[in-house]
Ligand binder design. Structure first.
Ligand code: ATP
Length: 355
């Protein structure tokens, strides 16, 4: 399969005049709008209910226009205005989660990046097939509880934010585990977490070459996760469980991090493999994606998840990061998206970055 190509009808209206960048007001929208406005493109915020009041506090990130719907299920009513304004939708975690990956993929509006990727990342088994096929190092996966021979994390499908995950330090600790839905059992990797923000450009002709484009590293963060990140203050696991507290991984914020430089070859190799396999499997990934992994004390980067769209950790870097500063000055992920759209429009290659 080749690179993704959006249909002629979707792209034709965008070939002349400015493209409006639209997204749901949530998650990473402020940062997206901030970067897009810096590049001089119009912006449009989709709000559930009234436009969020906190936007008034950030004039440089406030879109020129808001469209409101009572619930996202009614987003169809906004399509005429989205088309009239030549809008391109930027998918982010909350947009896809609140609307549903299937519903998002069915929207009759141009989407930045490959909308087919959403089906691959939202299904844990499909995601595994993709990453395994790419030869990416991952935590060991146990098919049966009987095989478990070390600490594990049990993940339910679609358990966004790690809600309901079960941690067990050995097989015995799983004896009272009664699943409430489909799940996977993964080796619990002991190490340090890194969330690596990549951007894949099929248009770029310089840089770290992958496929017919290039892979850019624009930032890195670590997530603050309630309540697991602070549980250590309460002492050992058994006591915590006896106290009736279950560990959760609900993200409450993000902190910037950098990797030791000697680990960069590993993460670039992982990013490149993921992109190359996506080209073979479903026409490729375009734009932002995040490789989420844990570095062990043997300095091996094990990938437990990928997000194939912009992640909220990029919000740390509206004026650039320790990495993006070495690509271009003041380069945020939002600005990078706008630059790619402008380059695609200028060179008549919009079909390669839209779906
Ligand atoms: P989200 O959708 O918010 O990314 P999710 O429900 O898909 O979350 P994961 O991202 O797979 O869940 O995992 C949530 C958190 O659990 C991670 O951020 C990490 O802290 C921890 N975690 C996941 N897998 C492992 C693992 N194999 N070993 C150790 N910790 C892990």
């Amino acid at each position: 399969m080749g690179i993704l190509l959006a249909s002629e009808e979707r792209v034709r209206p965008l070939t002349e005049g400015p493209i409006t960048v639209a997204t749901l007001c949530s998650h990473s929208s402020l940062q997206i709008f901030h970067g897009v406005k810096a590049e001089g493109l119009p912006t449009l915020g989709i709000a559930r209910g009234a436009p969020p009041r906190y936007y008034q506090a950030f004039p440089l990130a406030c879109p020129e226009e808001f469209l409101s719907v009572p619930t996202l299920a009614e987003i169809g009513t906004l399509l005429p205005r989205l088309k009239e304004t030549h809008s391109v939708l930027v998918p982010h975690g909350s947009f896809v989660e609140y609307l549903g990956a299937t519903e998002f993929a069915a929207l009759d509006v141009p989407v930045f990046g490959n909308r087919n990727v959403l089906a691959w990342e939202s299904d844990r088994r499909k995601e595994r097939e993709w990453l395994d096929g790419a030869g990416v190092p991952m935590p060991r996966r146990y098919e049966e509880i009987d095989e478990v021979d070390g600490p594990v994390i049990v993940k339910y499908y679609g358990a966004k934010g790690g809600k309901g995950f079960v941690l067990a330090k050995n097989r015995l600790a799983l004896k009272d585990f009664h699943p409430t839905g489909p799940y996977v059992i993964q080796e619990y990797v002991l190490g340090t977490r890194y969330y690596v923000h990549f951007f894949y450009s099929p248009l770029s002709e310089t840089g770290y070459r992958v496929g017919s484009g290039s892979l850019e590293l624009l930032g890195m963060d670590r997530r603050d996760e309630a309540n697991i990140d602070e549980l250590y203050k309460l002492g050992a696991q058994e006591e915590i469980l006896r106290a009736g507290i279950r560990p959760t991984f609900v993200v409450t914020g993000n902190v910037p991090v950098v990797l030791r430089e000697s680990l960069l070859p590993q993460v670039f190799d992982i990013g490149a493999r993921i992109v190359e396999r996506s080209l073979e499997l479903f026409g490729g990934m375009v734009g932002p994606f995040c490789v989420e992994g844990i570095v062990t004390e043997e300095l091996e980067f094990k990938v437990f998840e990928i997000s194939s769209r912009i992640v909220a950790g990029t919000n740390l870097f509206p004026s650039g990061s320790a990495y993006s500063d070495m690509v271009a000055p003041r380069l945020s992920m939002g600005r990078r998206i706008a630059l790619e759209l402008k380059a695609a429009q200028r060179t008549g290659r919009l079909r390669e970055v839209l779906s």
